[in-house]
Design a protein around this ligand. Structure first.
Ligand code: AMP
Ligand code: MG
Length: 340
């Protein structure tokens, strides 16, 4: 069906009902979650899921995460769930943790990108939970950006990317976490492999899992033809129109590098006001991992709004949730990282 105008819905009972009705009719709706906004459709409706891929321009082999609101929905879409997964669900759900598990045939191949596994999470955002329950279906929802562009953390970001392509966007405010969920898989009964870092860190997972390993593709570029555990790892991601260079080092070293190397018109993205470089146009994105996660995507989008062509970003400390921010930024920078 051709959509002419995307409706902006509010967080109120009438609009939630409207969004649920659209989802039941096989339409795509932009929804808030605590991580980033998602592009949601009934996960088991093939036609609806195809519209998500079309709206984003997402490669068909990059699987979608399924969002549930109750544990019984997990049993409807997955099988052979290891004990450790139940323990992790108990500790981290609802919340920003996605688990890759064997899928049942109820999940169409288009949703799982042709894989026999599926990523599942239970979001903590009350609007996302209400919509899953009201619509009566588990919702497939990738980030609601155009494929390759920074993820959206406000309804306005989604509107900009998806106007005319989807039925509606439900405004649930600014996303609290700001980066996508931590994605994990199970290598064996006691080992968790982090495929994508997020708010739930290695340290937090170790409170429940005996062994946690970081997949090497988190920090390193995947070579041509190399097999990956998570298809999303091989694609260009999170990039604004501006060319991004990531610079690792102290505030002083960063400023010196910028002053010696940056071309006219370049911007700097630094931690806070104390870091700004006199005479240089700067934006800030926070001083700790949580602040940086919350702000990174909106600041990359803001640079595009300003028409910036070159931006030098002072790299975050890749520790705790900072690893998630670092992981997004190295991809935005096409793995161009400069140590100063
Ligand atoms: P997005 O929906 O944009 O947050 O991206 C979802 C991420 O989860 C992508 O990097 C996918 O490759 C990954 N993912 C989803 N399902 C699976 C799966 N079954 N196996 C491995 N990775 C998955
Ligand atoms: Mg995404």
């Amino acid at each position: 069906m051709k959509i002419l105008e995307t409706k902006l819905l509010a967080d109120c009972a009438a609009d939630l009902m409207e969004a649920a009705r659209l989802l039941q009719n096989g339409q795509v709706v932009g929804i808030p979650t605590e991580t980033v906004y998602g592009l949601a459709a009934d996960a088991c409706n093939e036609q609806a899921v195809r519209q998500i891929f079309a709206a984003k321009g997402r490669p068909a082999d990059n699987p979608l995460i399924i969002h549930i609101a109750q544990l019984r929905q997990l049993q409807m879409i997955t099988k052979d769930v290891p004990k450790l997964a139940w323990a992790l669900a108990e500790r981290f759900w609802p919340g920003p943790l996605t688990m890759v598990l064997p899928k049942r045939s109820t999940v169409p191949d288009v949703t799982s990108g042709g894989l026999d596994t599926v990523g599942v999470r239970m979001p903590a955002h009350p609007v996302a939970q209400a919509l899953i329950l009201l619509s009566g279906s588990a919702l497939a929802a990738p980030s609601a950006n155009r494929s390759g562009y920074p993820s959206p953390t406000s309804a306005e970001h989604v509107m900009r990317d998806m106007q005319g392509k989807i039925a509606a966007v439900l405004d649930g405010g600014i996303c609290d976490v700001g980066v996508e969920s931590t994605v994990i898989a199970f290598d064996d009964s006691g080992t968790v492999r982090i495929l994508r870092p997020g708010y739930v860190t290695e340290q937090m997972l170790l409170e429940v899992a005996p062994h946690v390993i970081l997949d090497p593709a988190i920090l390193h570029q995947v070579g041509q033809g190399q097999t990956v555990r998570s298809p999303g790892m091989k694609y260009q991601h999170y990039s604004p129109r501006a060319h991004v260079t990531l610079v690792k080092g102290s505030c002083e070293a960063f400023a010196a590098y910028f002053l010696n190397h940056a071309e006219a018109g370049a911007y700097a993205l630094v931690y806070d006001d104390a870091d700004t470089i006199p005479g240089v146009p700067c934006l800030t994105y926070g001083t700790n991992g949580q602040e940086q996660a919350r702000q990174i995507f909106s600041k990359l989008r803001a640079l595009d709004d300003l028409g910036v062509e070159q931006v030098y970003v002072r790299a975050p400390d890749p520790d705790g949730i900072g690893l998630a921010v670092y992981n997004r930024l190295i991809r935005a920078a096409g793995f161009e990282v400069i140590q100063v």
